[in-house]
Design a protein around this ligand. Structure first.
Ligand code: PMT
Length: 396
C-alpha cells in the first residue's frame, strides 16, 4: 500500500457542525495512511462529538481551551503548529471561515490558524447550510481565503442535515483523504487540462456477446488520479471497468472503440495533454447480429473492420495536445515501442510488458522519447503514475 501521509504531522481542527461525525472517520483514514494527528476543537464542536472519541482515535490529547496549559506552558499549544506539516479544518463552519478570512483569533483554534507559520498549509472543508454557502458574505470570505492560499476542499451538493438540498455538505472521509494526499503532491499540472483514456473497449458480436480484453482500468485510473493530484483538470474517458471514478476527475463512460473516439474528439479542444492508456480494440465486428446468434451446427462467420486509431487521430490534429501513448507488448518491447511512437507521431510512448501489466496492481514502465528511454522500476501503479505525471510535466 502507498502511504503518502506516513510520518506527516497534521493538526485536525473541528468546528461546530453536524458533519463532525464524518471527521472521526476522516481522522482514522489519515491515521491508517500513516499520519500523526493532533486534534483541536472549538467549544461548539464538542457539542457534536466528544473530545474523548477523537483522543481515542488519534491517541493524542485533544485541545479545546486556550486557557488550559498544555504540556505545562500556557503557550505550548502553538507549538503543535510549529512542527505540523498541515492544518486541516474539517468541518469548517461559515462562522469559522469568516473568522479565518478576517484574521480573528478569539479561541484556541482560530488563534492557532492565525499564528501558523507561513510554510504550513491550511486546508478547510466547508460544511454548512446551502443558504449560508450561497450568502454573499460567505462567497466573499471563501474567495478571500482562496486568494490567501488556503486550500478549499469541497463542499459537495446533496441532502443536508437541516432537510434542505444543495451545496454545503462536507466531502466524505475518503474524498477528504484524497484531497489531503493531493495537497502533498507537487502541483506540476496546475491549470493544465488533461484528457485520459482507460480500460478496455467492448466490441459487440450480438446483443449478448462481444470481444474485449483483460484491461482492468487500474493503470489509466491511477494516471487520472495522479494528474488530478498534480493540479490538472482531468477528464477520463473509460471503457467498461469495475472501478469507482477517482475523486475530482470527470469520468465519461463508453463501451466501444468508436464511442471512445467520439467522446475523445468531443472533449479534445483546449486540452493540454492527452494520455491514451486504454487498450482499444483494433477491430470491430462488421456483421453484428441484432438477435442472439443461435447454434446451427456450424460456427458463425465473423467479419471485421478496422476501428479508428484515436491516438493517431489526436496526434495529427492541427494543434495537438502533448500526446502520450501506451504500448503493452509480449516481445521485443523496445523495438515495438519505438516503432509505435514514430508511426503514431507522438513525443512520448510508455511501454510495458502485457502479461505483467494487464489487471495487476503493480507494473514496470519504460518511457520512450526522441532521445532514448527511461525505466520506472516495478512499483504500485499509483506510484508509477505519479512519476509519469512529473515526467510529462517536464516536457510542457
Ligand atoms: O488496465 P490495466 O489492467 O491496468 O492494464 C494497463 C494496460 C496494460 C492496458 C496499459 O498499461 C497499456 O499498456 N495500454 C495500452 C495497450 C496497448 O497495447 O495498446 P496498443 O498497442 O493497441 O495501442 C497503442 C496506443 O494507441 C495506446 O496508447 C492506445 O490507447 C492507442 N490506441 C490504440 C488503438 C486504437 N484504435 N486507438 C488508440 O488510441
Amino acid at each position: 500500500m502507498v502511504m503518502v501521509l506516513s510520518g506527516k504531522k497534521i493538526v485536525l481542527g473541528l468546528t461546530g457542525g453536524i458533519a463532525c461525525y464524518k471527521s472521526a472517520e476522516f481522522l482514522r483514514a489519515m491515521v491508517r495512511d500513516g499520519a500523526q494527528i493532533n486534534v483541536v476543537m472549538t467549544d461548539s464542536a464538542t457539542h457534536f462529538i466528544t473530545p474523548l472519541t477523537l483522543q481515542t482515535l488519534s491517541e493524542n490529547p485533544v485541545m479545546v481551551s486556550q486557557w488550559e496549559s498544555h504540556a505545562g506552558s500556557p503557550l505550548s499549544h502553538i507549538d503543535v503548529t510549529r512542527t505540523a506539516d498541515a492544518i486541516i479544518i474539517a468541518p469548517c463552519t461559515a462562522n469559522f471561515a469568516a473568522k479565518l478570512a478576517h484574521g480573528i483569533a478569539d479561541d484556541l483554534l482560530s488563534s492557532l490558524c492565525l499564528a501558523r507559520p507561513s510554510h504550513v498549509p491550511l486546508l478547510i472543508a466547508p460544511a454548512m447550510n446551502v443558504e449560508m454557502w450561497m450568502n454573499q458574505a460567505t462567497r466573499r470570505n471563501i474567495a478571500q481565503l482562496k486568494a490567501d492560499g488556503v486550500g478549499v476542499m469541497g463542499p459537495a451538493a446533496g441532502f443536508q442535515a437541516c432537510g434542505e438540498v444543495g451545496m454545503g455538505r462536507m466531502l466524505e472521509p475518503q474524498e477528504l483523504l484524497a484531497e489531503t494526499i493531493a495537497a502533498f503532491q507537487p502541483a506540476v499540472l496546475k491549470n493544465k487540462r488533461v484528457l485520459i483514456t482507460a480500460g478496455p473497449t467492448f466490441e459487440p458480436i450480438d446483443p449478448i456477446r462481444g470481444i474485449t480484453n483483460r484491461s482492468s482500468g487500474k493503470m489509466g485510473y491511477a494516471v487520472a488520479r495522479a494528474a488530478w493530484e498534480a493540479g490538472g483538470e482531468v477528464s477520463l474517458v473509460s471503457g467498461p471497468v469495475a472501478l469507482p471514478a477517482p475523486h475530482g476527475v470527470a469520468r465519461h463512460d463508453v463501451t466501444t472503440a468508436w464511442e471512445m473516439r467520439e467522446k475523445v474528439m468531443s472533449l479534445i479542444a483546449d486540452q493540454d495533454v492527452f494520455i491514451a492508456v486504454a487498450a482499444v480494440a483494433d477491430w470491430r465486428v462488421a456483421n453484428t447480429s441484432t438477435q442472439k446468434i443461435k447454434k446451427t451446427g456450424s460456427a458463425p462467420q465473423l467479419q471485421f473492420e478496422e476501428n479508428p486509431d484515436i491516438l493517431a487521430e489526436v496526434a495529427s490534429l492541427k494543434k495537438p495536445p502533448f500526446c502520450v501513448g501506451f504500448a503493452a507488448e509480449s516481445e521485443k518491447l523496445i523495438e515495438h515501442a519505438q516503432e509505435k511512437r514514430s508511426r503514431k507521431n507522438i513525443p512520448l510512448l510508455v511501454g510495458n510488458i502485457g502479461e505483467e501489466a494487464f489487471g495487476k496492481d503493480e507494473n514496470e514502465l519504460i518511457l520512450f522519447d526522441a532521445k532514448g528511454h527511461t525505466v520506472l522500476p516495478r512499483a504500485d501503479k499509483l506510484v508509477l503514475a505519479r512519476s509519469l505525471v512529473r515526467h510529462i510535466a517536464g516536457y510542457l
